[in-house]
Design a protein around this ligand. Structure first.
Ligand code: ZN
Length: 159
């Protein structure tokens, strides 16, 4: 089995059996993401312990790549703090946009490395990055509210 088969299997598995699917109620912050190019929509709900994401769930409807990416992301960031999440987010974006680069994604990406296969389909990069943009919006939304309960979800569109 070569690496591409492995990547595809991880994506298919997470699309068929999304991890952390659902909604946290109550939550400390949330955000809605929308990728009009493909029709992907997702809502993230998070519980925070200071700067650390203690729990996260996602729900919505989207293509296999957007669903698998959100599922992989929730698994990867749960329990991590803002600095670690930012670092991971940067690595994912590099892996997604490294056009014509055949080098292997860094080992610290873990299962998220499966998303590197998406770089061969530039039109789908937004499907894979939607959840990360939405996460960023949710975390900023919370920071901006100075710890107060957000009045409504942040929204982000990739357009
Ligand atoms: Zn999509």
């Amino acid at each position: 089995m070569d690496l591409k088969d492995l990547y595809r299997d991880v994506i298919l598995d997470h699309n068929k059996h999304p991890r952390n699917f659902g909604r946290l109620d109550p939550c400390d912050t949330s955000a809605d993401g929308n990728n009009p190019l493909c029709g992907d929509r997702l809502t993230l709900t998070l519980r925070l312990d200071g700067d650390r994401v203690s729990d996260i769930k996602f729900e919505g409807k989207g293509c296999a790549i957007s669903t698998a990416s959100a599922s992989l992301m929730t698994e990867a960031i749960k329990g991590k703090d803002g600095v670690a999440i930012k670092h991971l987010s940067t690595l994912v974006h590099q892996a997604l946009t490294a056009h014509g680069d055949d080098s292997l994604p860094p080992a610290e990406l873990g299962k998220l490395a499966a998303l590197a296969g998406v770089r061969e389909y530039p039109a789908r990069v937004k499907c894979a990055s939607l959840c990360w943009h939405t996460l960023d919006a949710a975390l900023k939304h919370r920071t901006n509210s100075l710890g107060e309960t957000p009045t409504g979800p942040a929204t982000v569109s990739t357009e």
